[in-house]
Design a protein around this ligand. Structure first.
Ligand code: NAD
Ligand code: ZN
Length: 348
């Protein structure tokens, strides 16, 4: 194994990142070293790249970025059991404590002491990465690396879409960014119909259609609630899935969902949101789920099986595949401009 590797590193506070050469890290106790085969950019990586307020308060440069990955285990640290060199793996990003009230009740996705891999630790935008063994997920060889790296965000989408019944249900998805697009793929694979998508970007509405959306709406030019009512014979949708983080989309979705319908909220809002609780939630008797992260490890089993089923239409979502990290600046800028679905770096 070479002793040096390239990595996309947040070298200092401020905008951007650098492609650097650093030592290949050594796995410590309870850790493994993986060779990265594919890794993808998440919205969180963009925030770190842009150095927004959240990143300034959380990230301590110098640090290797990235957390979505498919890789191969190449070295095992002391005390690690059940993982072998050659295992083909991905990584859950929530490093949970296993000891708090939430963890002891099996609610690991809301662990009170969660650390985030690639946010609070060095990540996977590198040729090799050290990963806590407790966060390793083993992949079947049949899933190609460019899909296997998407499992972490797919877990967000799965928890959002599958928080309640979906087969044969009418669905409104607001926001067709990378996560909303994955949500469309999961909803279609799960038998939802019709899947209606509201998204202002022309480029992303086109992607939504390619992934399988039955109807697309431009919320900046059309009346979302009226369009949804027209499509659903005036009933509204059974299920409303919020993937945009836009307060307006939240309000429109709550108006467009049928009384006693189901709502799952994944999008994160820029601040406090004002909603007419009486008329849009209470009198409508809605069931609302807040979605955070993924269930460990139940969601990973679901995601893996959905991938193995071949029913997830992911190819239109992977709009950019780069060989190596050389063009990382182009990749980040395209994604910042909303001109991508998922962006994947292939290192194989
Ligand atoms: P993104 O910003 O790339 O996508 C959001 C999309 O919503 C964009 O395509 C945008 O054009 C669209 N949009 C903007 N205004 C809209 C409106 N009024 N109606 C409909 N669509 C509108 O983000 P992403 O990476 O796809 O993530 C989606 C959301 O999920 C973000 O808010 C992100 O912060 C959040 N998120 C939450 C969790 C969690 O655990 N809860 C995890 C990851 C991401
Ligand atoms: Zn915990």
């Amino acid at each position: 194994m070479s002793e040096k590797m390239v990595a996309i590193m947040k070298t200092k506070p401020g905008y951007g990142a650098e492609l650097v050469e650093v030592d290949v890290p050594k796995p410590g106790p309870g850790e493994v070293l993986i060779k990265v085969l594919a890794t993808s950019i998440c919205g969180t990586d963009l925030h770190i790249y842009e150095w927004n307020e959240w990143a300034q308060s959380r990230i301590k440069p110098p640090q290797i970025m990235g957390h979505e990955v498919a890789g191969e285990v190449v070295e095992i640290g002391p005390g690690v059991e059940g993982i072998e060199v050659g295992d083909y793996v991905s990584v859950e990003t929530h490093i949970v404590c296993g000891k708090c009230y939430a963890c002891r009740r099996g609610q690991y996705h809301v662990c009170q002491n969660t650390k985030i891999f690639g946010v609070d630790t060095d990540g996977v935008f590198a040729e090799y990465a050290v990963v806590p063994a407790q966060n390793i997920w083993k992949n079947p060889k049949s899933i190609p690396p460019e899909y296997a790296t998407l499992q972490e965000p797919l877990g967000n989408a799965v928890d959002t879409v599958l928080a309640g019944p979906i087969s044969g249900k009418s669905v409104l998805i607001t926001g067709a960014g990378p996560l909303g697009l994955l949500g469309i793929a999961v909803a279609k694979a799960s038998g939802a119909y019709p899947v209606i998508v509201s998204e202002p970007s022309d480029f992303r509405r086109e992607l939504a259609k390619k992934v399988g959306a039955d109807y697309v709406i431009n919320p900046f030019e059309e009346d979302v609630v009226k369009e949804v009512m027209d499509i659903t014979d005036g009933n509204g949708v059974d299920v409303f899935l919020e993937f945009s983080g836009a307060p307006k989309a939240l309000e429109q979705g709550l108006q467009a969902v049928t009384p006693a319908g189901r709502v799952s909220l994944l999008g994160l809002y820029p601040g406090k949101v004002t909603i007419d609780f009486n008329n849009l939630i209470i009198f409508k008797a809605l069931t609302i789920y807040g979605i955070t992260g993924r269930h460990l490890w139940e969601t990973w089993y679901t995601v893996s099986r959905l991938l193995q089923s071949g029913k997830l239409n992911l190819d239109p979502i992977i709009t950019h595949k780069y060989k190596g990290f050389d063009k990382y600046e182009e990749a980040f800028e395209l994604m910042r401009a909303g001109k991508t679905g998922k962006v994947v770096f292939m290192l194989k």
